[in-house]
Write a protein that binds this ligand. Structure first.
Ligand code: HEM
Ligand SMILES: Nc1nc2c(c(=O)[nH]1)N[C@H]1C(S)=C(S)[C@@H](COP(=O)(O)O)O[C@H]1N2
Ligand SMILES: [Mo]
Length: 555
């Protein structure tokens, strides 16, 4: 399965660089399994602990006598070779040396884009179009050091990212150059988190509850609620906090938390689901190089706050105005770009839309990870539009110009590649499709014959209620209906998930079970049976039948 990979240790540095570059160009970002094997997103470490992708084999070599730490980007793919011979260091004669000033001249595509990392110099011009974090982001580092940016987006400190970078090496910094000062950790002030969460990335913090805890509670406890952050968590002083609302004809409102609490308080039970929920199953088919969420990027809570509609009306908007309501968060990157998203004005103004400016979650003050002191809660709509640490609301004829509205969280045909993708052609995801998953038993568990309880969750977007969950134990040949539980919900306003379970008896002599679930919503929407036909480069909207393989112990 290793493609036609030559013996690594038999190659010169230059040959390796060329080979890696060819591999990267051939395979990134939709890499075949052989390549992704080395940075599989989908395995939990044996201890069952957080799935931090470890930097196996990344050698930190103190540049001899130079006081410069050179990080050699060798993942486990290259570990043997790196051990067997002297690793490339700051004095590798095969590469030319440059001053920081010379690197700084390569700050645009016209002059080619160079960056430094440790004491190495890279020409990343051919990579910028394919960068999963977007072209504008990667260009922020053009002509300078990656360290300050990667301190903010620390998910780059993974072997597969360092491997990609290594393929673009063109030189080294001259030994006289002073080392790049180590940036302070922008995440030092992030809140503490519950140890049961399964961590996808630590900085920014992205984590989900373990499957067996998901269906323990109809309302997910705040500490276990999945957390999806793009940046460090802002630390907001509630006393000085203001929400800015741009009204019609240049009028603006500036609301304190107390002002917001004077609006009639409205409460809604709603599930929130990230578009990337269950991406791990898409990644194992064909890697998208994005967060490999398991089935837990969905949770359910009781939210309390002011209706967005009431605040918009106070700002001067009328029911039949039109456009998009745009939100900005307080979390921003070095360029000052804030997290942003928008929803249709109609959804915001509709009394039955139940859109909240929430300051309460499950009867508690909104936790920092979930947007303290205020977040948008848009029931039935993809997580990404539920902007946390809300700073500003505007109404515009256009959707939010934010990267996350325009260049992310959209669905594409499985055939669309990074070379052919046209973001302007696909609408931003709003309503989510019908979804369900099996939370218990866990995949590959060995169960005993006799009574078995299968559990899971089911939910659909747009306020569509789940009317049925079908469960199969034989991979989809025969089906039975699960029992649904959950609060009663109003027609067209079924924002909460439902939990389900099915008790079955496993006859003696059974060796294995292929458990499958699929849900049906009030529009009779069903889930597709496999991931292949819905796979897409962003790895979003996976709602294929969820499958869990179980082994049955002999009596
Ligand atoms: C040569 C330099 C760079 C390389 C090779 C690179 C590579 C990558 C890769 C492979 C990912 C996907 C990571 C994963 O989820 O496993 C990624 C994501 C990302 N990168 Fe970079 N990157 C570079 C520079 C930068 C810079 C300078 C910035 C910011 C100023 C940046 C911002 C981001 C962001 C925000 C994401 C996450 C996108 C998301 O939310 O899914 N990158 N990058
Ligand atoms: N300001 C801000 N709002 C944000 C995000 C963010 O990174 N910053 N992430 C979004 C995404 S992609 C999701 S899925 C949800 C997750 O909400 P949670 O962390 O409360 O589960 O918040 C959304 N709102
Ligand atoms: Mo998300």
């Amino acid at each position: 399965m290793l493609l036609s990979r030559p013996t690594w240790s038999g190659l010169s540095t230059l040959q390796r660089t060329c080979w890696l570059r060819a591999m990267v160009q051939r395979t990134f970002p939709v890499a075949p399994l052989a390549w992704t094997r080395f940075h599989s997103h989908n395995t939990w470490n044996e201890a069952g602990g957080p799935r931090r992708r470890r930097l196996v084999g990344v050698a930190v070599v103190a540049g001899a006598g130079l006081g410069i730490g050179t990080i050699l980007a060798y993942g486990d793919l290259h570990q043997k070779a790196a051990k067997a011979e002297t690793p490339e260091s700051a004095s590798d004669p095969q590469f030319p040396t440059f001053t920081r000033q010379e690197v700084a001249r390569h700050h645009s595509e016209a002059s080619r884009v160079w960056v430094t990392y440790g004491s190495d110099v890279f020409d990343i011009t051919d990579f910028i179009e394919q960068h999963p974090g977007g072209k504008s982001k990667i260009l922020l580092a053009a002509g300078g050091a990656l360290e300050p940016f990667w301190a903010l987006y620390a998910m780059h400190n993974q072997e597969h990212v360092l491997e990609i970078l290594q393929g673009f090496k063109v030189g080294q910094l001259s030994p006289e150059e002073p080392p790049q000062p180590t940036p302070g950790d922008p995440y030092a002030d992030d809140p503490p988190r519950h140890p049961a969460l399964q961590t996808n990335t630590l900085k920014p913090f992205n984590a989900e509850p373990p499957p067996e805890l998901i269906s323990e509670n109809y309302l997910t406890p705040n500490q276990l609620f999945f957390k999806r952050n793009h940046l460090p968590v802002p630390n907001v002083d509630p006393a000085t906090y203001r929400l800015h609302v741009g009204g019609p004809r240049g009028r603006t409102l500036s609301l304190s938390l107390q002002d917001l609490k004077k609006f009639p308080k409205h409460e809604v039970t709603a599930a929130l689901q990230c578009a990337g929920n269950r991406r791990a199953e898409m990644n194992s088919l064909k890697n998208t190089n994005r967060l490999g969420w398991n089935i837990g990027a969905i949770s359910n809570a009781r939210w309390g706050g002011a209706r967005l509609r009431d605040v918009l009306m106070q700002a001067g908007y009328k029911q039949d105005d039109e456009g998009h309501v745009c939100f900005e968060g307080l979390d921003k990157d070095q360029s000052g770009t804030v997290y942003g998203a928008s929803i249709p004005f109609k959804k915001a103004m509709c009394l039955e839309g139940d859109v909240l400016l929430a300051y309460e979650m499950n009867g508690e003050e909104l936790p920092r990870d979930h947007g303290f002191p205020l977040r948008v809660l848009v029931p039935g709509i993809v997580g990404a539009r539920n902007v946390k640490w809300l700073a500003r609301i505007t109404v515009s004829p256009e959707e939010s110009p934010s990267h996350w509205q325009q260049k992310d969280y959209k669905g594409f045909s499985p055939g669309v590649t990074w070379d052919t993708v046209d973001f302007s052609k696909a609408p931003a995801i709003q309503d989510m499709p019908v979804q369900s998953a099996i939370t218990e038993p866990s995949p590959q568990t060995t169960i005993s014959p006799g009574e078995l309880t299968v559990k899971g969750y089911a939910w659909s977007g747009g306020g569509r209620r789940i009317i049925r969950v079908d469960v199969s134990l034989d991979g989809g040949k025969s089906w039975r209906e699960a029992e649904l539980t959950g609060e009663r919900q109003l027609p067209g306003r079924a924002w909460a998930w439902q939990l389900w379970q099915l008790n079955v008896s496993v006859p003696a002599g059974t060796r294995e079970l292929n458990v499958v679930c699929k849900a049906v919503d009030t529009s009779y929407n069903e889930q597709p049976d496999t991931v292949g036909p819905i796979w897409n480069i962003l790895g979003v909207l996976n709602n294929a039948w969820h499958r869990v393989h179980l082994l049955v112990a002999e009596d």
